[in-house]
Design a protein around this ligand. Structure first.
Ligand SMILES: [Zn+2]
Length: 251
């Protein structure tokens, strides 16, 4: 019994040696894990002050969204530094391994806090790309992230959403046009049999894309609880927060 366990361990370590990662993706030092322990404890990552904090209470982030159709928002950190680099490489340099790296960081810093709060979703939902964008890019970065997150967390994936139409790239538009561009951009193509789901995306800028996806879900399931898991977010700057508070009559 004992020896068969040892044999299994030996096979496992051998497999890890030959097929595992030889280098840390971030610092290139020898490592069997995709991110070495030094990089995982590196404070240079653009984290928020409290990694894993529900950002729905963060004014510089939710002020951006006129009416959020989701209940919780979790992100690794700001869209800059290594997070911006990893997301850009994932989307535009055809490096799917970046999805594994981002998911590893998300699970280490953000998911750990959620599991302590006992606030985990029943299923993960990738934000869909339009068929046109999918054909152009060849993959959906949100689905790659969702697949890695599902493997690490054992939370199943469901895909009830579809793009109702092709939309212009959000990065080419200003805030007002982004909202109009995303109006009714998603529709439901499958039932959702869960109380709490997490919608996954790579980066949240104005929140228009992910909010439109959540609106399509809430229209059909008004009592569902939705968390948004975004790898990074772009917070408003201080002058933008003041402008937003001024226009809403808060000051
Ligand atoms: Zn490293």
């Amino acid at each position: 019994m004992h020896s068969s366990f040892d044999t299994r361990q030996w096979h496992l370590s051998l497999r890890q040696y030959f097929f595992g990662h030889k280098h840390c993706y971030l610092c290139r030092q020898a490592s069997l894990d995709i991110i070495c322990s030094c990089c995982l404890s590196d404070t240079a990552l653009p984290h928020f002050a409290v990694p894993g904090f529900d950002l729905i209470h963060h004014p510089s982030i939710v002020e951006n969204i006129v009416y959020p159709y989701f209940n919780h928002l979790y992100a690794l950190g700001e869209y800059k530094g290594i997070l911006r680099q990893l997301i850009t490489e994932l989307k535009f340099a055809n490096k799917p391994l970046c999805a594994e790296v981002l998911a590893t960081l998300f699970v280490h810093f953000t998911y750990t806090r959620m599991s302590q709060l006992d606030d985990l979703p029943d299923a993960l939902v990738p934000t869909p790309l339009s068929a046109w964008r999918y054909a152009q890019r060849g993959f959906n970065q949100a689905r790659l992230l969702t697949q890695a997150l599902s493997r690490f967390t054992d939370i199943p994936i469901i895909e009830p959403l579809k793009r109702a139409r092709h939309t212009q790239a959000q990065s080419q538009l200003d805030k007002t046009d982004r909202l109009a561009n995303m109006e009714n951009a998603f529709c439901l193509v499958d039932d959702i049999d869960c109380d709490h789901i997490a919608v996954i995306d790579d980066v949240l800028t104005t929140g228009a894309t992910v909010n439109s996806a959540c609106k399509a879900i809430v229209s059909a399931y008004p009592d569902i609880r939705i968390s948004v898991w975004s790898m990074a977010v772009t917070p408003l700057t201080k002058p933008e927060i003041l402008k937003s508070a001024y226009s809403s009559g808060d000051i």
